[in-house]
Write a protein that binds this ligand. Structure first.
Ligand code: ATP
Ligand code: MG
Length: 370
């Protein structure tokens, strides 16, 4: 990074449902920490409603409804509109134009190789039904989002790495073709490997709205308890408490790896100093699944109960939430239009910025006559 380059964050979420614990540990928690670190010049969060339409074209109402859910989740988790710009993608026309230009800088072969898109296509049945071109090209629109804000850092879960890679390739190709114009972004993934891709409560590889295996930030305490006690499997070979158990591939322990710290032990399970000691006991035998699950519920509640309380406050004032979104989006319109103007200048399609082209055309015609 150049010494004088501003430090700018861009992240976002698809408003296809409420946010869940996977979003929280994969990205949202980090955003709040970075926001409060004071180390960044700008922090932007994009509600990616256009991207959500690429696989929900027949259900725009779902996207419309979930914009409010996602904003409420941000505000309740600690995103502060005084420090962070929250905006809505569809209201930023510059992103559409940038996407259209970037499309020319990627091949369909390259897009077909994106492993996340491949997995998502399969999940949505697009392989049989036919693939919407918009969905196929959404990584290009994501490159438009990131570059429009001049983002240097993109805090995301692991599934997003191929998107950031694709963005970097587009930036490099653009700058090579049209001159140094776009900022090269970097992905920032959680240090804790269990937070990079939190599995679902059913143990499936990823907690995901589309898979219905989530604990939502807005779930009440009773639901959280039900999800942990009813849906999470532990170790199928750990039949009696005395039996030795496995902690690897055991969803309860994966969640503890992702969420608990030593303070949680002091507070809720003082027989152990830390997770390693607890795991050792489980492996030796003599530690019951009930105790582990009860501890996990306490740990999750430490994260969830303050978020829940904040959400209740914001829910009582949706007018203010709307104003936050309106102001954030207006600011983002300015910012992204600025980038688009810079891009059009670099591509020499800035015909109407000034009348310079009139002189160029006159020159050209004069030469043709000679
Ligand atoms: P959808 O199924 O609609 O794609 P999603 O649950 O995958 O929803 P996104 O809106 O696509 O959520 O992702 C938003 C952000 O949350 C991204 O940075 C993504 O990496 C992160 N994220 C999503 N799910 C997880 C997870 N299970 N673990 C860690 N990070 C996650
Ligand atoms: Mg996703």
């Amino acid at each position: 990074m150049e010494a004088n380059q501003k430090k700018i964050i861009l992240t976002g979420d698809r408003p296809t449902g409420r946010l869940h614990l996977g979003h929280y540990v994969g990205s949202l928690k980090r955003r709040v920490e970075l926001q409060n670190s004071g180390e960044f010049d700008e922090i932007n969060i994009l509600i990616a409603d256009d991207q959500a339409l690429t696989d929900n074209a027949d259900n725009p109402g779902k996207i419309r409804d979930n914009i409010i859910n996602v904003v409420l989740d941000y505000l309740s988790a600690g995103i502060d509109p005084a420090k962070t710009t929250i905006c809505v993608q569809s209201a930023l026309p510059a992103l559409h134009a940038l996407t259209f230009y970037y499309m020319n800088l990627v091949t369909t072969a390259r897009l077909s190789r994106n492993p996340t898109v491949k997995a998502e296509m399969q999940l949505r049945g697009f392989e049989d039904e036919g693939l919407p071109a918009g969905f196929f090209t959404y990584p290009v629109s994501q490159a438009a989002d990131i570059t429009a804000f001049d983002a240097t850092v993109v805090p995301v879960g692991e599934d997003q790495l191929p998107m950031i890679e694709q963005t970097r390739e587009i930036v490099e190709k653009f700058n090579r073709t049209y001159g140094e114009t776009l900022v090269l972004p970097k992905a920032m993934i959680p240090e804790n490997e269990f937070q990079r891709r939190l599995p679902g409560v059913d143990g499936k590889a990823k907690m995901s709205k589309s898979l219905g295996n989530c604990i939502y930030l807005s779930d009440n305490a009773k639901t959280v308890k039900k999800q942990v006690n009813g849906k999470m499997f532990t170790d199928p070979t750990h039949l009696r408490i005395e039996d030795p158990g496995h902690t690897e591939g055991n969803v309860v322990f994966t969640y503890l790896d992702a969420f608990c710290n030593d303070d949680h032990f002091r507070e809720y399970l003082p027989e152990y100093a830390n997770l390693e000691e607890m795991k050792d006991h489980y492996r030796r035998g003599g530690l019951g699944d009930g105790t582990c699950k009860k501890f996990l519920i306490n740990v999750l509640e430490e994260t969830l109960s303050p978020i829940r309380a904040e959400r209740a406050k914001w829910e009582a004032d949706i007018d203010t939430v709307y104003d936050i979104l309106l102001a954030g989006t207006a600011k983002a319109v300015e910012k992204t239009n600025g980038t688009l103007a810079r891009v059009r200048r670099a591509m020499r399609i800035d015909y109407f910025d000034d009348r310079r082209i009139v002189r160029e055309w006159e020159e050209l015609l004069k030469k043709a006559q000679q």
